[in-house]
Design a protein around this ligand. Sequence first.
Ligand code: NDP
Length: 237
Amino acid sequence: MSQPRNVLVTGGNRGIGQAIAEAFVAAGDTVVVTSRSGEAPDGLTAVTCDVTDTASVDAAFGAAEEIFGGPVHVLVANAGITKDGLLMRMSDDDFDSVIDTNLAGAFRCVRRASTGMIKARNGRIILISSVVGLYGGPGQSNYSASKAGLVGLARSVTRELGGRGITANVVAPGFIETDMTAALPEETQKAYKAGIPAGRFAQATEVAAAVRFLASDDAAYISGAVIPVDGGLGMGH
Ligand code: NDP
């Protein structure tokens, strides 16, 4: 078992991020989540953070470090958005804002987290990508590019900081059971599930389990990897 860690989960106030944060709490780690409102569900502690704003990221890490009484040991860069649209009609703003949140936002958090991790000669960085990062998705050129970029980010961090006890990995979820997927018409859900070897959508807790493993001592020699949690949908990563 790993020692208790100080874990920061961006966008940990809801959805997959919340499931990840709750899994770390259940394992006895100290967890701070970020949300733009600064609010979190019961049982979680939040700091305010907009990942598109470097000053906000710096302030959030400062606030988290005060709560922890020390540095961030595990960063889970989970905050993300979609602004889907067909390529020919996609505006510069819809492309840029998705890249700014999903890719540059993760970069800002990784850069800030790395200072404490380098000093400690230990750290775990886990970036939440998506199956469409490497599989592609019609109407998702902005989102897919942002999620593919996270692979290059994790692999460059691995090459730069791997000698200092720091690992950087990517988790690539497929379809997750969320309000969004539940709202899809039954026929659409059936069609999606038919393309997934596992024949079902995932629970957010199944993503959290992969993240927790990558943060554990057992995963010390895994870095620069892309771990799919997609029931086999995107094989070939
Ligand atoms: P949700 O839409 O439920 O939550 C998104 C989270 O990101 C929220 O906490 C939100 O914070 C935060 N966020 C958005 N923009 C910003 C910003 N500028 N600064 C800080 N935080 C921000 O998403 P999911 O739980 O569905 O997805 C979580 C991650 O998993 C995302 O990166 C997504 O791309 C990825 N993913 C999701 C899949 C799915 O099926 N749902 C499949 C594959 C990958 P706030 O509450 O303040 O808005």
